[in-house]
Design a protein. Structure first.
Length: 404
């Protein structure tokens, strides 16, 4: 008996045979193979799309941060003493715009005792008309990047001549029913008439301006007196904010620069890294869920294939196939299907990222570390998904399988 055993050669299955059997199994059931590929395709496509859009959105956030936050400097008065006179000199705007790297600057404060604002002369304060009134120098609206829906902003002449004009934010204009200014409508602030010369539709900074009314600083001082709590908003070139923040107090009050406190942007690298980390973690989790869904689809389809091919598996075992040969056959099928789905899914994901970026007018950003391994991720997903069905196939006994 031992001699007979030694005469029977051991059953072998080369890698080429495994691939050949896997391809034959897929071609024998093209519909089921296509559905299995579809599951991996969707998972990998979602993986590439989500990670690609993550890096693209991170780039847009970084650009927006650099363009807005990194170019804003705020100068505040720290001396709460009314007998010291106005914190900012009358020519504060000229002094600030003379600094290198400054695009525009303006001084602003809230007029706290202006009274209610209404579209008609009120005999008593009307509900809903107590909106914020801001006194500002002409450069303030330019510094906050105000975009007008109608009209214009006031200029230095309005400020110097104490003209009673006002620029309304879109929110305040809507509450007052002022939708056009062709006939120079008037509004009343605490009973004092002001001519509306412009309506601000949107701003990049100081969003509260949209809910208020802005009057020239000179006019506000003439009507209500000098205000308190003034601050300067400075719009700088990229990279100049810190230097401008250091120079602004000295330019405003050479004799007492310590009266001012400047607020400059934080380190953009730290903020970007924090935002990128948070977004990356969130979207990576979403991509992992997409891959998990694809893996479940592959596992389900492969398990059904195992149950339908019990007779074939029993015949293979009866002809000498070992358990590991059966397992290798099904793992090769699931891995190949995963690889095909990964290749197609990667192409679909890249196309989706480019399409979204095109319609949103963004710059698509795709990391090679995301795109290049994606097909291998599909193949690995297929292999992992095929582990349990392959194990089930190896548990099938030849005698039981042939009796079915």
């Amino acid at each position: 008996m031992s001699r007979a055993k030694r005469m029977v050669p051991a059953t072998r299955l080369s890698p080429l045979d495994v691939i050949d059997e896997a391809v034959a199994g897929m071609l024998a059931r093209p519909g089921r193979a296509a559905l299995t590929v579809l599951g991996t395709l969707l998972g990998v496509a979602a993986f590439v799309t989500v990670l690609g859009l993550t890096t693209t959105v991170e780039g847009q956030i970084s650009n927006r941060f650099t363009a807005l936050v990194a170019t804003e400097v705020i100068v505040q008065d720290t001396a709460d003493r009314s007998d010291d006179g106005p914190a900012f000199p009358d020519d504060a705007e000229r002094r600030l715009t003379a600094l290198n790297g400054v695009h525009s600057a303006g001084v602003v404060w809230e007029v706290t005792d202006a009274g209610p604002l209404g579209a008609r002369r009120p005999t008593a304060p009307e509900p809903g008309e107590d909106v914020k009134v801001l006194a500002a120098s002409p450069g303030y609206l330019r510094a906050i990047h105000a975009r007008l829906a109608a009209g214009r902003i006031f200029d230095p002449w309005h400020d110097a001549e104490h003209q009673r004009v006002v620029v309304l934010g879109s929110g305040a204009a809507g509450r007052l029913g002022v939708t056009w200014i062709d006939e120079q409508p008037a509004v009343f602030i605490g009973g004092t008439p002001f001519t509306v010369i412009g309506i601000v539709d949107d701003v990049d900074r100081e969003a509260g301006t949209l809910l208020g009314a802005v009057v020239p600083a000179g006019t506000a001082e003439a009507v209500w007196g000098a205000g308190t709590g003034a601050r300067a908003i400075i719009d700088t070139e990229i990279g100049a904010a810190r230097q401008v923040g250091d120079e602004a107090p000295l330019a405003l009050r050479p004799e007492d620069p310590g009266r001012f406190r400047t607020v400059t942007p934080p380190d953009p690298r730290q903020l970007r890294e924090g935002v990128d980390t948070d977004l990356g973690t969130l979207f990576l989790a979403l991509a992992a869920v997409c891959l998990l869904i694809g893996a479940v689809g592959i596992a389900n389809t492969t398990l059904v294939a195992v149950l339908e091919r019990v007779g074939e598996i029993g015949l293979r075992r009866a002809l000498g196939a070992r358990r590991r040969h059966v397992a290798a056959h099904f793992l090769a099928e699931s891995g190949t299907l995963g690889l095909i789905g990964g290749l197609i899914g990667t192409s679909v994901g890249v196309a989706a990222v480019v399409a979204v970026a095109f319609f949103r007018e963004w710059t698509p950003i795709l990391q090679p570390a995301t795109v290049l391994p994606a097909p291998l991720v599909g193949a690995l997903t297929g292999l992992v998904a095929g582990l349990y069905p392959a194990w089930r196939a190896t548990r099938i006994e030849p005698a039981d399988a042939l009796r079915r």
